[in-house]
Design a protein around this ligand. Sequence first.
Ligand SMILES: [Ca+2]
Ligand SMILES: [Ca+2]
Ligand SMILES: [Ca+2]
Ligand SMILES: [Ca+2]
Length: 122
Amino acid sequence: MLSNEIEESTCTDPQDSDSDDDGIPDGVEDSNHNGVVDFGETDPCDPDTDGDGILDGDEDSNHNSIVDNGETDPLDYDTDNDGMDDGWEIEFGLDPLVDDADEGVPSESEEDPEEASSDDSE
Ligand SMILES: [Ca+2]
Ligand SMILES: [Ca+2]
Ligand SMILES: [Ca+2]
Ligand SMILES: [Ca+2]
């Protein structure tokens, strides 16, 4: 049985340019082509590298391995750091690129204490 040691260590198939079928070619995900998922690279064996429920190829919609304007970060499950996963935000109609954590949560606890004492008429 012939085994290719390099290919054996990863899931990547030389016959398949997109092993995890996330839309981004293996060679773009493993941008330095060393068979290792380095810092800043998406995993060519995992269609959802950050596990936020959105495929890498949907986050990096133009498949260039760069987080462009309007794209979520395939390496950050919470691109806008508002505490909600990108996939969760999309599911609930929020914008994963906008911190909308306190949207709809009223924070009107500030009342002017001088408003209460209005007995000093002119
Ligand atoms: Ca891929
Ligand atoms: Ca993802
Ligand atoms: Ca991109
Ligand atoms: Ca978020």
